[in-house]
Design a protein around this ligand. Structure first.
Ligand code: COA
Length: 700
């Protein structure tokens, strides 16, 4: 983990390219540092000036008295490499490079950027950017950026790959009063990436919620490691735009065709406990919720409303989001019956009626919030002639204070007449939205985070036993010698067996007599298939025979297959004919693997057979660190799982064996980076045991 303590809290900051001219970036940066209240030394660097904004100016950083902990660089790109070299000479340990004109403009820019990174690495300098707005820490305090606003001090860390997005959000936050701990504009991420910052802010005592806007992840492996660790410490909410290449890259396999374009990111986020926001609004609604309210202990929501319709809308949303309408204790219901008008609904949602005064809200909220069957509450207020929105806000604030461990949200559904009350709530830390759905979505995000915290840690699960990587190595070597990237079926089966994955017995026969010899050993009935790396659709060229019952049939089939194939594809290289034991039918499953450029192998499982692409009943997980609990969860997301558990009186299949097969496949692909795709389809699952029938392995 990079130590970023002196990056966030330097004692001295130099600005290379500082300017006396208002309106220039070099001016704005010095001005921002001063205005943020930075208590350390400010050192402007400009060869033409003696003094800038009251601070002594030096012509080069090497001439300034040290030590200087951070340098912000805002000279044009052509001068940036020299400036960085100067910083290295001056012993500066942290750089923020604002300058644009690097990787983002093409080859020449990329070359400059590489030079800068090399200097940083050689001299152990951390570097943010280039091509960024800068960084802020409201607790240091320090605003080393050229943004127009320095946000209120708070507990949200915001890391953004888009500078424009960042400045817009900071401007917006001035209205909402949202407080930030640290704000980082990532720029080109040439050295420090989102992962370094997520790691740092997860360990930061001033940060409660981590927000990110990213367009891509720079180093998938580093990200997975950091995300797993960080999400257990605090909520990490990411808005990710753009799509990944996973689906497009691997479309030659069934598994590849089943993977959507954004699948790898979605899977990586889910598996590492990242909360993914779908929109900018959701990103910040969740930030507000996590920043201001505790995480609910469970899914049971109480609703108090002065209007029936919005109560129903809220109930619908609660159910659609997988939350639960709380079922009140008898004591609560009795109390509400005694204390509310006879027309009120005393069950959830509690309807205090359109003419409700403050007292009715108080009675309903106080009793429901203390009910042991309630984990969170939402208060809805619609404006009527008798609604006193400000006093209701006071009641909500007071009642929440008495039960601070349960989150409370409000929806003030109206405009001007409710604005003062809504402001009162927001100022007191009760998120108040215009519509109830936003409140419910926030509760959903928070209760999802509760589940993330409750997941068992993935580290430390033992590797399955009886894995023989040396055997696999030899098989791959042989294929490479023959210039093959797709293994023969019999080789793929050997690879599976070397990793303890049960397969239908499969052997390669080179002659007719050999076929009979193997068949007699294996026992009947049998299937025979042409073995040629060039033939993908074996049935189309008459290369498959099934249900063979004795030696005579095997001999005949051998001759016929050879005759068919050589007639249709005279010059095709043939390795022989595969003899496979015909297995009794079982529940058909697919297990597969595709590779993502960022996150590595993704394992798939679901309904197998010939309709896989039609039914698309698969679930994906990253192979890296895949646990048995995750495999079971993955299986349980598919319809295949219903079949495996015994559908319509069928005996349940051996799910334990299927889980073990998936765990072993994950080990295989993690051990052998050269495997680019696997399709095991179908696997026949039986009440006891399971067998892989058709295995396709592609290596790079
Ligand atoms: N050391 C210190 N100061 C130097 C210098 C050096 N080696 N060489 C020049 N300077 C001074 C200049 O004299 C100037 O000061 P002045 O105003 O007193 O004349 C100052 O540094 C800036 O140099 P200048 O040539 O005027 O550049 P600029 O201000 O027009 O542009 C950048 C510099 C960095 C702002 C510009 O190159 C840039 O990259 N802009 C885009 C930034 C951006 O959008 N970032 C990404 C946001 S998402």
């Amino acid at each position: 983990m990079a130590d970023l303590s002196s990056f966030f809290a330097p004692h001295s900051v130099a600005v290379i390219g500082a300017s006396r001219t208002p309106g220039k970036i070099g001016y704005a940066i010095v001005d921002n540092i001063i205005k943020s209240g930075f208590a350390g030394t400010i050192v402007p660097i400009n060869p033409r000036e003696q003094e800038i904004l009251g601070h002594r100016c030096y012509s080069r950083i090497t001439e300034a008295p040290g030590p200087i902990d951070m340098a912000v660089i805002s000279v044009p790109a052509a001068k940036a490499v020299d400036a960085v070299e100067d910083c290295a000479r001056a012993g500066v340990k942290n750089l923020v490079i604002i300058t644009a004109g690097f990787k983002e403009v093409g080859k020449e820019g990329l070359a400059l950027e590489k030079q800068i990174v090399a200097i940083c690495r050689e001299n152990n300098i951390t570097m943010l950017g280039p091509n960024c707005v800068g960084m802020m820490d409201t607790h240091t305090p320090l605003n080393a950026s050229f943004a127009v606003n320095f946000p209120r001090r708070g507990d949200i860390a915001f890391i953004s790959q888009s500078g424009a997005m960042l400045v817009a959000i900071l401007d917006w936050s001035q209205y909402t009063g949202l407080g930030f701990s640290k704000v980082i504009s990532l720029g080109n991420k040439a050295y420090l990436t989102e992962s370094h910052f997520i790691d740092a802010v997860a360990a930061d005592p001033n940060t409660r919620v981590v927000l990110c806007y990213i367009e891509d992840v720079t180093d998938g492996k580093h990200f997975l490691e950091v995300a797993r660790r960080a999400s257990r410490k605090k909520p990490v909410i990411i808005l990710k735009s753009g799509t990944s290449q996973a689906g497009a890259q691997a479309a030659s396999s069934h598994t590849g065709a089943l993977a959507g374009s954004d699948l790898a990111y979605d899977t990586a986020f889910r598996q590492t406990g990242i909360i993914r926001a779908g929109t900018m609004a959701e990103l910040f609604d969740l930030a507000i919720a996590f920043s201001k309210q505790p995480v609910p202990r469970g899914k049971r929501v109480a609703v108090v409303t002065n209007a029936g319709g919005p109560g129903i809308v809220t109930t619908d949303r609660i159910e659609n989001q997988g939350l639960e309408m709380a079922r009140f204790a008898k004591e609560t219901v009795d109390f509400l019956r005694q204390n509310l008008p006879a027309e009120s609904n005393i069950y959830n949602p509690v309807d205090v009626l359109g003419d409700a005064n403050v007292d009715r809200y108080q009675i309903a909220l106080q009793k429901t919030l203390t009910d042991p069957h309630v984990d969170s509450a939402v208060v809805l207020v619609c404006p009527t002639a008798v609604t006193d929105a400000s006093s209701i806000a006071r009641v909500i604030i007071d009642e929440h204070r008495k039960v601070p461990e349960k989150p409370v949200f409000a929806a003030y559904m109206g405009g001007e007449s409710l604005a003062a009350g809504a402001k009162k709530l927001n100022d007191a830390g009760i998120p108040c939205y215009t519509f109830p759905e936003t409140a419910i979505d926030a509760i959903k995000g928070m209760s999802h985070y509760r589940q993330i915290l409750q997941r068992p840690a993935s580290a430390g699960e033992p590797r399955p036993d009886n894995l023989y990587p040396d055997t696999v190595k030899q098989i791959f070597q042989k294929a490479r010698q023959d210039n093959r990237v797709v293994l023969l079926g019999s080789e793929a089966v050997q690879v599976m067996q070397a990793y303890g994955i049960p397969c239908a017995p499969t052997e390669l026969a080179t002659t007719s007599d050999h076929a009979v010899e193997l068949a007699e050993k294996m026992g009947y009935p049998l299937v025979m298939k042409i073995a040629s790396p060039k033939i993908l659709h074996k049935t189309d060229v008459g290369g498959v025979k099934i249900g063979l019952r004795d030696a005579v049939e095997v001999k005949k089939a051998f001759a016929e297959i050879m005759e068919n194939v050589t007639r249709l594809l005279p010059n095709t290289e043939i390795y022989g004919i595969e003899i496979q034991k015909m297995m009794p039918r079982g529940t058909e499953i697919i297990i597969g693997m595709i590779k993502d450029v960022q996150f590595g192998p993704l394992i798939a499982c679901g309904l197998g057979g010939i309709y896989v692409n039609l039914l698309k009943d698969v679930s994906f997980r990253l192979a890296d660190g895949l646990t048995r609990a995750e495999i079971e969860e993955m299986l349980s997301e598919t319809k295949a799982y219903t079949l495996l558990r015994g559908y319509r009186g069928e005996k349940p299949a051996d799910i334990k064996t299927i889980v073990d097969m998936i765990a072993r496949t994950a080990c295989l692909v993690s051990d052998f980076g050269e495997i680019s795709e696997i399709d095991i389809n179908p696997v026949f699952a039986y009440p006891t045991g399971a067998r892989a029938l058709d295995v396709k392995i592609t290596i790079a």
